[in-house]
Design a protein around this ligand. Structure first.
Ligand SMILES: Cc1cc2nc3c(=O)[nH]c(=O)nc-3n(C[C@H](O)[C@H](O)[C@H](O)COP(=O)(O)OP(=O)(O)OC[C@H]3O[C@@H](n4cnc5c(N)ncnc54)[C@H](O)[C@@H]3O)c2cc1C
Length: 445
């Protein structure tokens, strides 16, 4: 028996958060059912196969941040989970710059006057009393000084999130700037090593793609407990408890403990009766950033030697390119490769956006113009979408979101869980860890 006398868990959504809960429920012997809108598991962390090629829905990697989570993934994947050491670069002014930033690299590609300015600003940062960090812009200026921030960080961030960096919460750096500032770059130069605590560069990756982690979680949970093509349509409640869930054109069930991983923006519509108007107003103000993907199949063994390439300049109609084969050689045949080009956009721009063909042509022309590829290298292309890719964590969001989260978590048998339900910029290792905590909490009666 669980908390509040429930005997089972019903999970809405089979992304990493939902599957995480399913996995731990199974582990602790709690009956569990998972209801998923699409015809596959993994949510925004899937691997797609196309003939001899495989690619992930966006550049994913597993960070070894929670040893218990890493151990579970190791147990599930065995030898298929590999440690990968591949650098990432920033493409700026036709030069490749190491990411995390590297002082020698900066010496090579920046003018002396810019370098002097950067050193001066960072020395001043050290001496000046620390200011309150209220926005991403404050965080970047404090870590790198104005000049360096504006050369590589602010522009990339604004392109990715579609907002001025002074309106974005410092947390949108997703811990990328943690342990990193200008002086740590210099220190690493003197000590001759990079800051190994940094998220980029060294990570874990499954031989057949990131999504196989979630396929294995699903296998462990048992496919008979996962209901695909099951769109949640109504969550019927009496103000205290969820009494019925309606899915897939009118099928319904009486739920046990409900773990809801659906994006917050959907919940205002599916809750019946609807949440109070002040909650609906708050929900209407939150936004997600979507990502459009262009996958190019190339008739050459390699595109680059990097895990990811970042494009901060606005002239490029994309923000990041990643090459699956540089994470695992099993992702493409030996003599060919594919690249996944990510371009972030806001939902309001969806109607006015380029057709698939002109989007592809813009990307192709840009890559040809920069001499990354030749037209004749392209074997084919595919266009994809990642909906609700990034919850836009802007300044003041905590204050606006707290009443919404409190409302949905106030029901005896309903809890929000996951990146888009809790509206947090978290990664899958964090989601698996919090899934374990959640299930343990249910067992504490
Ligand atoms: C470009 C990109 C790169 C990323 N890189 C990394 C990385 O390197 N490492 C990392 O750990 N994380 C990374 N992430 C983050 C990771 O993808 C997410 O944290 C993770 O997918 C969130 O899991 P979730 O289960 O909370 O939500 P989701 O993955 O969004 O899953 C929610 C599920 O709910 C389902 N659903 C929605 N509506 C309904 C409905 N009405 N009825 C039933 N089901 C429904 C959806 O179909 C989906 O399967 C990246 C994300 C993006 C976009």
């Amino acid at each position: 028996m669980l908390k509040n006398n429930f005997s089972q868990i019903d999970v809405l959504g089979a992304g990493p958060a939902g599957l995480g809960v399913g996995y731990f429920a199974k582990k602790y012997g709690i009956p569990v059912s998972i209801f998923e809108l699409s015809n596959s598991v993994g949510g925004n962390s899937r691997t797609i196969s196309n003939g001899e090629f495989r690619y992930d829905t966006g550049a994913h990697r597993l960070h070894n941040k929670h040893s218990s989570v890493t151990q579970i993934v190791k147990d599930l994947l065995g030898e298929d989970l590999k440690k990968v050491n591949v650098p990432s670069k920033i493409y700026y002014n036709q030069s490749m710059i190491d990411f995390p930033l590297n002082f020698i690299n900066l010496l090579q590609c920046l003018q002396t006057s810019a370098l002097i300015k950067i050193i001066k600003e960072n020395l001043l940062n050290r001496i000046k009393p620390k200011r309150d960090i209220k926005s991403f812009k404050d965080l970047a200026y404090q870590s790198y000084g104005k000049t360096l921030s504006e050369l590589f960080l602010i522009n990339y961030t604004e392109k990715l999130w579609g907002k001025n960096s002074s309106e974005l919460d410092p947390n949108i750096s997703g811990k990328r700037l943690k342990n990193l500032d200008f002086f740590s770059i210099i220190k690493s130069l003197i000590l001759g090593k990079y800051n190994t605590k940094h998220l980029d560069g060294s990570f874990l990756y499954p031989k057949h793609g990131f999504g196989t982690i979630f396929d294995e979680l699903a296998n462990n949970i048992g496919n008979e407990n996962i209901f695909l093509d099951s769109k949640i349509e109504k969550i019927i409640h009496d103000g205290k408890k969820i009494n019925q869930i309606v899915y897939s054109n009118g099928k319904s069930f009486k739920p046990g403990m409900v773990v809801n991983t659906l994006p917050l923006t959907i919940l205002g519509n599916v809750f019946d009766p609807k949440p109070p108007s002040h909650i609906i107003e708050c929900i209407n103000r939150i936004q997600f950033r979507d990502v459009r993907l262009c996958i190019l199949y190339l008739n050459k063994p390699k595109f680059s030697s990097n895990a990811s390439l970042y494009f901060p300049e606005s002239k490029f109609p994309y923000n990041r390119i990643y090459e699956p084969k540089n994470r695992s050689e099993k992702m493409a045949p030996q003599d060919k490769t594919c690249i996944v080009i990510e371009s972030a956009f806001s939902r309001k721009d969806r109607d006015s956006m380029d057709s698939a063909e002109s989007f592809y042509k813009k990307i192709r022309n840009s890559l040809v113009c920069e001499r990354f590829i030749q037209k004749k290298d392209i074997l084919g292309y595919e266009i994809g979408f990642i909906s609700n890719a990034y919850p836009i964590i802007d300044v003041g969001i905590q204050k606006r979101i707290t009443p919404v989260l409190s409302y949905f978590n106030s029901f005896d048998n309903h809890i929000l869980h996951g990146r888009n339900a809790e509206f947090q910029y978290v990664h899958t290792h964090d989601l698996l860890k919090s899934s374990e905590n959640l299930v343990s909490e249910f067992l504490r009666k």
